[in-house]
Design a protein around this ligand. Sequence first.
Ligand code: ATP
Ligand code: MG
Length: 230
Amino acid sequence: MNDNDEIKFTLPNSSNEVAEVSAAEIEVIEDGYRRIFSRESPEYFIDKGGAGAVYHLPGGFCIKIFFDRHDSPYSEHMDLGNTPIKEASLQERMSHSSFSGNVRVPKYLGTFEKNGVIQKNALVMETLDAHNLQLLLNNKNLPDNFNTDTFLASLEKFIQHMHAEDRIVHNDLFPRNIMVDKATGDPRVIDFGRSVDTTYLVENSIKLEIEERDWKLFDKICEEIYSLQK
Ligand SMILES: Nc1ncnc2c1ncn2[C@@H]1O[C@H](COP(=O)(O)OP(=O)(O)OP(=O)(O)O)[C@@H](O)[C@H]1O
Ligand SMILES: [Mg+2]
């Protein structure tokens, strides 16, 4: 990244710019993108997975920077999942879900242009103030406000709604992609990097075996959480 590159944060078409992010916040986001790309910024780092790393920005935003795997000469041998653009579009759809329970996804906010070219390597979303469920399971330590029955019942309803109404199968519902809100103990679902838009399948009455994968992984989450309580 050069100092004179023009970085522009771009909001999704569906959003109302004024309501979603203020001009001052856009400045913070664009500045954060520049800093993260121009040097190592350990002070911003939150966590990473196989597809990307997530960096905190002031103001409650974070940036997921995708590793450059789709352009790798070995990409055909890797199970890469969605392109960042596809991941962003599914997360955006889930950000507008009509689900009314106490589960949600981090709000998708937008992406970037550099010198007028859309950047396919980053997305901006709300930072969750939440524990990663995998970490909690590793430490065998669920927070005091965690209620197993409520948590799992809420998550189950969310998955049902996501399949039936949002027409998305998450397809990667491992504990590392579930978070636990620090204030409420409620579930948060992240990482739509392997998610599938099932609109076509539903509209053409094609049997949705793929939904079973979410339920299998949900059952494993239930087992793992209950096993901690023995
Ligand atoms: N909005 C967020 N707020 C806070 N932390 C987040 C947020 N999104 C992601 N994280 C943290 O960053 C980690 C990596 O993010 P994410 O799961 O999206 O990356 P990934 O590389 O696609 O993961 P995977 O290895 O599951 O494919 C998560 O496990 C979580 O701990
Ligand atoms: Mg992940």
